[in-house]
Design a protein around this ligand. Structure first.
Ligand SMILES: [Zn+2]
Ligand SMILES: [Zn+2]
Length: 119
């Protein structure tokens, strides 16, 4: 009658109380979003900003490798485009920063005039 308040504490399992699927005695640190299993630090790996288990990583890596065969040309083209864009951006910024510098700076009159024109 009075112990109703204690029920939710035991019915909701916290991550800290979970054990790794592969290591019975190790505390789980993360849950794989693919297979919904709990894993320890050693069994979980980061993949494309997600933490997934080694088994799921293998499963996900295989179709990706097969797909890469078809998209190799597109990937190379994309990489070339990214490279060209990077180089263009570099020269664009360099050009802009050079334009931002006043012409008098290149002639060396900015700092020369200060000393020469002094009375
Ligand atoms: Zn998994
Ligand atoms: Zn483990």
């Amino acid at each position: 009658m009075l112990d109703v308040g204690c029920a939710p504490l035991t019915s909701v399992p916290a991550l800290a109380h979970q054990r790794c699927l592969n290591h019975e005695f190790r505390e789980a640190v993360a849950r794989c979003p693919e297979c919904r299993q709990f894993f320890c630090r050693e069994c979980i790996t980061e993949h494309e900003d997600r933490v997934i288990c080694a088994a799921c990583l293998k499963r996900l890596a295989r179709p990706a490798a097969r797909r890469r065969f078809h998209w190799t040309g597109v990937l190379i083209f994309g990489e070339c485009l990214a490279g060209v864009l990077t180089v263009w951006l570099f020269f664009y910024i360099a050009g802009r920063s050079l334009l931002a510098i006043p012409d008098s700076f290149h002639e060396g009159t900015v700092w020369k005039s200060k000393f020469i024109d002094e009375p």
